[in-house]
Every structure is written in C-alpha cells, then in structure tokens.
Design a protein around this ligand. Structure first.
Ligand SMILES: [Zn+2]
Length: 169
C-alpha cells in the first residue's frame, strides 16, 4: 500500500457515520517513507476527531536527538520553525530547544509548519505534543491537530521524508 492509498482509505472512512475515522497501520515498510532502513519511521497514523496520532520509531540512538547542524538544515528550508510557540523547559518558542531536542519533537513542528503552509485559513492554529512512549526503544508518540485530516497525513509523510532525506543524515 502506498501513501496515496493510505489517504484514499482515510477519505473512504470519512463517509462512515461515526464521529472519528481511524486509520492505523502497524509496521509499514512500503515505499521510501516507510522503508525499513529509514532512520525515522512512521509506524502508524491514527486520525481522531481533533488530531492525528503518530507512532514514530527511531531505531538508531544517533538519530533520536537534534544537533545545531540538524536544526540549521531544518531552518534553512523552514525559517519560521524557531518562532513556533512551544511549551518547553527553556523558553516559549521552539527555537529555545530546537538545537537539542528529540527528533520526534522536530517532526511535530515540521508537521505543524507544513499544515500552516498548506492551509487556506490564515488564522488557523495548530497544536501538537510529543512524548517518548519508550525512549530506550526509540518509540515516540506525536499528536498534531488539523484543519484537514488529509493535509495532516500528507504533512506527516512529507515531514518524515524531509527529515530522512535532507536533515538528519
Ligand atoms: Zn514544541
């Protein structure tokens, strides 16, 4: 199943009468984004009524945290990342921690940034959270709100691809 097929499935499920559509894929290895060897892998994406929940797997410990060089490469492409509001131990913006935070947290802010860019409503506000489920195993949970669930799913895939292809390696 490709990423495109995933999005199609979600759309089909939206027509169901229940208030939330759920798409969950475990251990997906299809295509480049979910290739078994990719440093940051999206193991599953679950669409809830108000947010998308992603289970992220980062096997190699060297890819689990950002560095100043990683932050610089991400900012080169998305200069407004550092100004994102972010509740963290060092300040009120993502810029306060982006040199030394979890790669999953960077993924969260990339997903938010990509949704901001693709959203027609300039007043739209996106919020997210990132937490380790099992830091020893490199498993994190990233949750991000959305205006359009299909845009959010695309943003997760695009952000993971960007991280793997241009930022962390
Ligand atoms: Zn944050």
């Amino acid at each position: 199943m490709t990423s495109t097929a995933t999005i199609t499935n979600t759309r089909n499920r939206q027509s169901r009468p229940c208030s939330e559509s759920i798409l969950e894929r475990k251990n997906a290895h299809e295509g480049n984004l979910h290739a078994q060897g990719a440093p940051v892998r999206i193991e599953s994406l679950t669409v809830k009524a108000d947010r998308v929940i992603a289970r992220i797997s980062i096997d190699d410990v060297h890819f689990r945290y950002t560095t100043p060089a990683i932050a610089e490469r991400a900012q080169a492409e998305y200069p407004t990342l550092a100004r994102h509001a972010c509740v963290n131990a060092r300040g009120k913006t993502f810029g306060a921690v982006m040199n030394e935070t979890s790669t999953a947290h960077l993924l969260e802010h990339l997903v938010i940034e990509m949704q901001i860019r693709s959203c027609a409503d300039e007043a739209a506000v996106f919020v997210g959270t990132t937490e380790w489920i099992d830091e020893q195993a490199g498993i994190a949970c990233v949750q991000v709100s959305f205006e359009d669930d299909l845009n959010a799913l695309r943003a997760f895939n695009k952000a993971a691809h960007f991280l793997n292809s241009a930022v962390i390696v």
